[in-house]
Structure formats: structure tokens, C-alpha cells
Design a binder for this molecule. Structure first.
Ligand code: F6R
Ligand code: MG
Ligand code: MG
Length: 364
């Protein structure tokens, strides 16, 4: 029987601003999911990254399964009630609809799902990011799956060397999914030409060209496209299967050493480096910096092992120091130039109102 991994995440309220959900909120989400253990789902895991709560479900119903999405929605509603009871900030913020009718896609929560035949050993990583948008994974996925500088398997293992197929979504096109499939290494430059634009083109899935098996699934939600206005950053999730015909776990983690600059940070309107942090980490400096956590598991007969915190290692302390420095360097220039996002990506209308007002005052 095939196994499905579905990760569904939302910001439904947090302590002290956009910092971290309360223990009680997470417990109330968990309580709601627990009731379906052994029925709708075979296993689950709940974690937080900054102010977001991510639920990882294991089940046998395939992707986009209505009852499963409904369960996630109901659990987020339970958590929102707790957030309201505790007076948390932004209670229910990412639940953009009054009700869910079977699929949370397009309603606010971020979703990434993959169905596969379990291998004898099935190692995979769950990435969750806060204070950024789905394009944040573009560079690490490109480097982890298509660049031997990070993925040595591309030259060391003939199967991996066959390359990977990237499925890339145009997130600016909202009427329907506008997708392109490109093969690495032959179409590497085309892939790079799209992925340089993190706000428009986003990797949604990756497949092994040797076996056709799916290696990665990422969320592609752009909240401002759904709501038609600013509602907060998307804070994307990503699932990556590792080892065997796929890159090794360490090859997938390797690009997070860079701390590349992404959109997000304070008020979702700035540029900051992506800092790899430990599970359950909070947010701090300038409502940031943008963070990502990586939790490793094996799944066997639909059951998860305990989670392993992949960024909880002395090596990443060195990276965090470097990324803190990069944050500071960018923040030194405040609102100037690349420190703040271009107009279309600003999550507040303030600058537009200022420009409207000043327009009338210009003389020529
Ligand atoms: C993402 C996040 C930010 C905020 C944004 C708005 O997790 O926290 O995108 O949503 O800074 O904050 P408020 O609601 O305070 O205007
Ligand atoms: Mg938030
Ligand atoms: Mg968030």
C-alpha cells in the first residue's frame, strides 16, 4: 500500500507578536488530531517554526484527500479558539475562509504532499520556514538537486547523475496553475533563469529522472494572491526524500550553509538571510531573521520514527553566526535599496499612500 505524507501549516496565533505559538495552542491542535490516529491517519507529528504550526500527517489516502484537509482545518480552528482564549496575537490569521469544503489549498494554510511506495528504508526531511515566502527554497533545491558543488552524488552515483526533473510554478498567474517541467542538467540555464525570480517562479516538485520517483514537494501558497491584499508572509513548507536514488540528507542540507538573502523579515517587506535554526525556534531580531528548520524522519509502514533536529549541531552554530552578521549588514542600511522589497512585494499599503500624496506635490 502506498504511503502519503501531507504537511499542512498555518499561523493561527502567537505569543508576544509574531514570535512563537503557545504550548496550549499546540496541545489543542494535537488533541484534535490525536482522535484520528489509527483511523484516518497512521501517524502524525506537530512542530512549530517561529509563529507557525506545521502538522505532518502519514496516511494512505493519496494527495488532496478531502477528509484529511478537513481534519487539518478543524485542528487549526481548535488552535485558533485556544489562541483567542489566551489573547494571542494574530489568532486565526492564516485561515482566510469561513469554512473549508474539503481542500485547504487556496484558503490560507500552506500544503505540501507526496504519495509513494515506501522503500525498505524511507528517510525524508521536513523543512518549515518562517518570515519568508516559497521562493526561499528555490536556491537550496537547485543546488541540492542540480549542482555537484553541493550534491556530490551527481558525479559519484550514476543513478543520481541521470539528473532530476524540476516542476516550476508561475505563482503570479492566479487563474489556474501555470506550470513548466524542466530537466537538469540539460536545461540547467533555463531552470536558473526562472528560479532567479523567487517572487514569481517557485519549485513545486522534483522527480528522479532515473526512476521517475518523486523526490520533493513544496508549498506554493502566496497569501497576498489569495487574499488580494497583505495578510502576512507565506512561510513555506517542503518535503524531501533522501538517499538511494535521491541526494543524500547532507547534500540536501548543504545549501543552507549559505544563508542566502530572501524576501520577508519585518512586516514581510524586507530582505534578510535565511537562518537555519533548531526545531521549535522563536523569532526575535527585527521580526526575523527569516528562519528555516529541518526535521529528519524515517517512515515505515506509515509510522514515523522520532524526529531528528538536523540543524542542531555545532556546525550550524558557525552558520548562524555568519547569518547573524549578514542580517546586521543588510539591516545597517534600513529602508535603502535592496534592504526593503520592491513595491509589488511590500505587504503594507503605506508607501503607496505616501507616493499618492506626494504625487500631487511634485512640480515640473
Ligand atoms: C510571518 C509574519 C509576518 C507578519 C507581518 C505582519 O510569520 O509574522 O509576515 O504577518 O509582519 O504583522 P502585523 O500583523 O503585526 O501587521
Ligand atoms: Mg506571522
Ligand atoms: Mg509565520
Amino acid at each position: 500500500m502506498k504511503t502519503t505524507l501531507s504537511v499542512i501549516k498555518a499561523d493561527i496565533g502567537s505569543i508576544a507578536g509574531h514570535i512563537k505559538p503557545s504550548r496550549a495552542l499546540i496541545d489543542s491542535v494535537k488533541e484534535c488530531i490525536d482522535r484520528q490516529l489509527g483511523k484516518l491517519i497512521t501517524d502524525f507529528y506537530i512542530g512549530s517554526t517561529g509563529d507557525d504550526v506545521a502538522i505532518l500527517f502519514c496516511h494512505n489516502h493519496g494527495t488532496g484527500y478531502g477528509e484529511l484537509h478537513q481534519l487539518a482545518w478543524d485542528a487549526f480552528i481548535c488552535g485558533t479558539e485556544k489562541a483567542k482564549e489566551q489573547g494571542l496575537y494574530g489568532a486565526g490569521q492564516d485561515l482566510l475562509a469561513d469554512a473549508c469544503s474539503g481542500n485547504v489549498r487556496g484558503l490560507g494554510p500552506a500544503v505540501a504532499e507526496m504519495e509513494f511506495e515506501e522503500r525498505e528504508a524511507e528517510p525524508f526531511l521536513l523543512f518549515t520556514a518562517d518570515k519568508t515566502d516559497p521562493g526561499a527554497y528555490n536556491l537550496p533545491l537547485y543546488l541540492g538537486f542540480a549542482d555537484p558543488m553541493h550534491c556530490s552524488g551527481l558525479i559519484l552515483s550514476p543513478k543520481i547523475g541521470r539528473g532530476f526533473r524540476f516542476v516550476i510554478l508561475d505563482v503570479a498567474f492566479t487563474e489556474e496553475d501555470r506550470v513548466i517541467e524542466l530537466d537538469a542538467p540539460e536545461e540547467l540555464y533555463d531552470i536558473a533563469a526562472l528560479l532567479r525570480d523567487n517572487e514569481r517562479f517557485v519549485v513545486s516538485a522534483i522527480y528522479s529522472r532515473a526512476t521517475g520517483n518523486q523526490a520533493a514537494a513544496a508549498s506554493t501558497t502566496r497569501l497576498h494572491n489569495i487574499a488580494g491584499k497583505y495578510t502576512g508572509k507565506d512561510d513555506p513548507v517542503l518535503l524531501v526524500r533522501c538517499q538511494g536514488d535521491f541526494p543524500a540528507t547532507g547534500e540536501i542540507l548543504s545549501p543552507y550553509s549559505i544563508g542566502h538573502y530572501v524576501a520577508g523579515f519585518m512586516r514581510g517587506s524586507h530582505t534578510g538571510p535565511l537562518m537555519p535554526v533548531k526545531m521549535g525556534g522563536a523569532i526575535s531580531y527585527f521580526d526575523g531573521p527569516p528562519i528555516v528548520s529541518a526535521v529528519g524522519f524515517c517512515v515505515h509502514n506509515g509510522k514515523l520514527t522520532e524526529p531528528v533536529d538536523c540543524f542542531d549541531h555545532p556546525y550550524w552554530d558557525f552558520v548562524r553566526e555568519k547569518v547573524a552578521r549578514k542580517s546586521y549588514d543588510m539591516r545597517e542600511q534600513g529602508f535603502s535599496g535592496p534592504a526593503m522589497l520592491p513595491y509589488a512585494e511590500l505587504e503594507y499599503g503605506g508607501i503607496v499612500s505616501i507616493m499618492d500624496k506626494l504625487e500631487k506635490k511634485f512640480s515640473r
